[in-house]
Design a protein around this ligand. Structure first.
Ligand SMILES: [Fe+2]
Ligand SMILES: [Fe+2]
Length: 307
């Protein structure tokens, strides 16, 4: 049996460096987000994130998926700080970032805005979406649902072009025998978050997944542990997993920080089993502990191994 170990964490909401916002930002959506940050900064604790990352590194994953909201205001200084955080996490080839709505708070909805994070977006060498990364028996399809929105909205959108490209990629026989994981910030599940936070074209994404199939979808944004499923082709179901914020102290309405260790195990009989362990911090002493363990049944043929 071979096991591919995929770590999933999300919604870091790294503390903004001093002076990250200028006077111009007081006229933009960043001003409102700055007011919200005064409340959120008590919830998102760097030491919580550091303890979680230490636990994740001890696990030694083959790959790490970070599903967005690394920043709070999408300010250039925050992008630079997030890049330093990513560099400390591990080699860019082993970490994939799907941006979140906080990473695209204001400005134009163009993927080029994520250029500072290019090495973590995929192997294309440019800030574009979707991108495919093949790692061992796994193909990661990295999407970007992060777009600027009006104040008080945190919606996401993929857009027709990205959905069409995803449709073509998922239909490509090159990835058919691999275990296909889709990464996105916003959950593609109806009712997973309120309408003001929802993925606007989630119907379009679900239609692509129903037509072309995938083995797993990972998301963030809800700041909650969520387990759901969406329809795949021929009556199959695709598991959809959401992970809470990796920096949450758990004092507010959202659960405390957590990361998910996902093991994709291929048996000698050709079967595939997906196991997921949720790991967080013990509130009594701050030590990392396993919070629960689940098995997600998988149907279909086993992915072929690639070097
Ligand atoms: Fe978030
Ligand atoms: Fe978000």
């Amino acid at each position: 049996m071979s096991i591919f170990r995929l770590a999933h964490l999300s919604d870091l909401h790294l503390p903004p460096p001093k002076g990250a916002l200028g006077w111009r930002d007081l006229l933009s959506k960043r001003a409102l987000s700055r007011i919200a940050w005064r409340r959120k900064s008590r919830e998102h604790q760097p030491q919580v994130l550091a303890a979680l990352v230490a636990d994740l590194k001890a696990y030694g994953p083959d790959h790490v998926a970070v599903t967005g909201d690394l920043t709070n205001f999408a300010a250039p200084a925050e992008f630079a700080a997030a890049r330093r955080w990513l560099e400390a996490l591990g080699p860019a080839a082993d970490v994939t970032v799907s941006p979140g709505n906080h990473d695209a708070l204001v400005g134009v909805p163009r993927p080029e805005r994520f250029t500072p994070w290019t090495p973590w977006l995929g192997d294309a060498g440019q800030a574009s979406f979707p991108q495919v990364r093949v790692r061992g028996p796994v193909a990661l399809f990295n999407l970007c649902s992060a777009v600027p929105t009006a104040p008080h909205l945190a919606t996401g959108r993929l857009g027709d072009e990205q959905l069409e490209r995803l449709d073509a990629l998922l239909a490509d026989p090159a990835w058919r025998d691999l275990f296909r994981v889709v990464l996105i910030h916003h959950p593609p599940v109806e009712g997973a978050v309120s309408r003001r936070k929802a993925l606007e074209d989630q119907d379009g994404l679900r239609a692509v997944l129903a037509r072309r199939g995938a083995n797993l979808v990972l998301h963030g944004h809800a700041h909650a542990a969520q387990v759901a499923a969406v329809a795949g082709p021929d009556g199959t179901m695709i598991p959809v997993l959401g992970v809470p914020s990796a920096s949450a102290a758990g004092r507010g309405r959202h659960p405390a920080a957590r990361w998910h260790a996902i093991e994709i195990a291929h048996g000698p009989d050709g079967g595939v089993e997906v196991r997921m362990a949720a790991r967080g911090l013990d509130p009594r002493d701050g030590h990392a502990v396993e919070l629960g363990r689940w098995v997600l049944a998988q149907a279909g043929r086993a992915p072929a191994h690639r070097p």
